[in-house]
Ligand binder design. Structure first.
Ligand code: AMP
Length: 401
């Protein structure tokens, strides 16, 4: 195959997702996931683009062992997709938190690793796992250039009034407590695609991107720059999500600690893992496929959860329209945004003031790039499947070619 192949790695604390992408053709060559790394019952799923999906139960004592299995699968005589590791030109790593140090992707050096480590405090669950992934790759492919692509970088253009919380200013100075935002690679990819789909210059548009997946966030992109986003110091703030609460009155935490006799840590666990639409539906489901069925069957828990979810998104769209003094285009992306016509319709039903009319037939489609507003809508509404791995591969290639 011509051109450079880029290995994209998204490393979690016990899982590792990977994709091999050709930088010239932008074709996916193979992908997969290692799960339960360091635990009993670990396994790897490997899918070459032209072949059959394979699932292998294999012990992986750590991330280095997992990456060794991935590299073996990619170069295997029978099922591999490249002849040797020399045909992997670079590795792009998804890094969750770049703090204020990284407003752009960057080639990984020892100094960069140190700076990423300094952000560990801000994302104690994610950044250390990302670093383990980088170190494991460096050990096995010492000559291959690597790039760090940060979830927070796209949002670093936010103005001070958007990123500061109403707290004593020295908390920002002392500890860098501020809004950072996440899903930046997705917000960047989708907002650029929106401009391309409309045939307009990116710098001329006011764009709202609704990234609605199990984790959900919304961003305002004005004249080519992100000016606000709903996630904050951590991904807990903002929209109601699958299991995360999104915005709440901070005083609720102490109130619940007292009532339930729980620690702050335990209540935060509830806010992260037992809240959102899962909590609102009384534990029924965090998955919108289940909730949609429940809604259609007239079940109160599903109806309540979906209504609250849609209302929160609509409220943020209103806020960001005000922040940008208008909006030209609203984009839906990620699992729910791409695949759930029902929720898109519920959200857009609040947006009459933007002179939006939804084309019902177009909106019934799932998982494809399309416009769902009618030709006479003043504000356009687009569905754009996100592709964070491709965006990471592009950023990586741009820095190493
Ligand atoms: P994500 O975190 O982006 O993978 O999104 C997960 C959410 O997307 C879940 O709530 C799913 O119910 C929803 N989702 C994914 N695929 C579909 C689909 N084909 N139809 C409806 N909802 C979907």
């Amino acid at each position: 195959m011509d051109g450079m192949n880029i290995l994209v790695i998204n490393c979690g604390s016990s899982s590792l997702k990977f994709q091999l992408i050709n930088a010239q053709s932008e074709q996916l060559i193979a992908k997969g996931i290692c799960e339960r790394i360091g635990m009993d019952g670990s396994s790897m799923t490997y899918s070459p683009a032209d072949g059959e999906k394979q699932e292998t139960a294999a012990p992986m004592k750590d991330h280095t062992a997992a990456i060794r299995l991935v590299l073996n699968a990619l170069t295997d005589d029978k099922t591999g997709v490249v002849k040797s590791l020399d045909q992997i030109g670079a590795v792009g790593h998804r890094i969750v938190h770049g703090g204020e140090s990284f407003a752009k992707s960057t080639v990984i050096t020892d100094e960069v690793l140190k700076a990423i480590e300094e952000c560990n405090d801000l994302a104690p669950l994610h950044n250390p796992a990302n670093l383990i992934g980088i170190n494991a790759c460096r050990e096995l492919m010492p000559q291959t250039p690597m790039v760090a692509v940060f979830d927070t970088a796209f949002h670093q253009t936010m103005p001070e009034e958007a990123y500061l919380y109403g707290l004593p200013y020295h908390y920002y100075e002392d500890y860098r407590v501020r809004r950072y935002g996440f899903h930046g690679t997705s917000h960047s990819y989708v907002s650029h695609r929106a401009a391309a789909m409309l045939g307009r210059a990116y710098e001329d548009l006011k764009i709202i991107v609704c990234h609605l997946g199990n984790g959900a966030s919304i961003s305002a992109v004005k004249e080519g720059k992100c000016v606000d986003t709903s996630m904050g110091l951590t991904p807990l703030e903002g929209l109601i999500m699958g299991t995360r609460s999104g915005d709440i009155d901070p005083a609720i935490i102490e109130f619940l600690c007292n009532k339930e006799n729980k620690s702050v840590h335990e209540i935060l666990n509830v806010l992260n893992k037992e809240s959102g639409v899962l909590g609102l539906s009384e534990g029924f489901s965090s998955d919108f496929r289940d909730l949609e069925k429940g809604y259609r069957a007239g079940e109160a828990p599903s109806i309540r959860a979906m209504k609250a979810f849609a209302y929160r998104v609509a409220k943020y769209i209103g806020a960001y329209t005000a922040a940008m003094n208008g909006v030209d285009v609203i984009c839906f992306t990620a699992g729910i945004g791409e695949n759930n016509p029902f929720i898109r319709n519920m959200i857009c039903s609040y947006l009459g003031y933007l002179a939006i009319t939804i084309d019902r037939e177009a909106n019934e489609k799932r998982g494809q790039e399309m416009e769902i507003s009618t030709f006479d809508s003043r504000t356009r509404v687009l569905v754009i499947p996100t592709n964070e791995e491709l965006a990471i591969a592009r950023e990586t290639y741009a820095l190493v070619k």
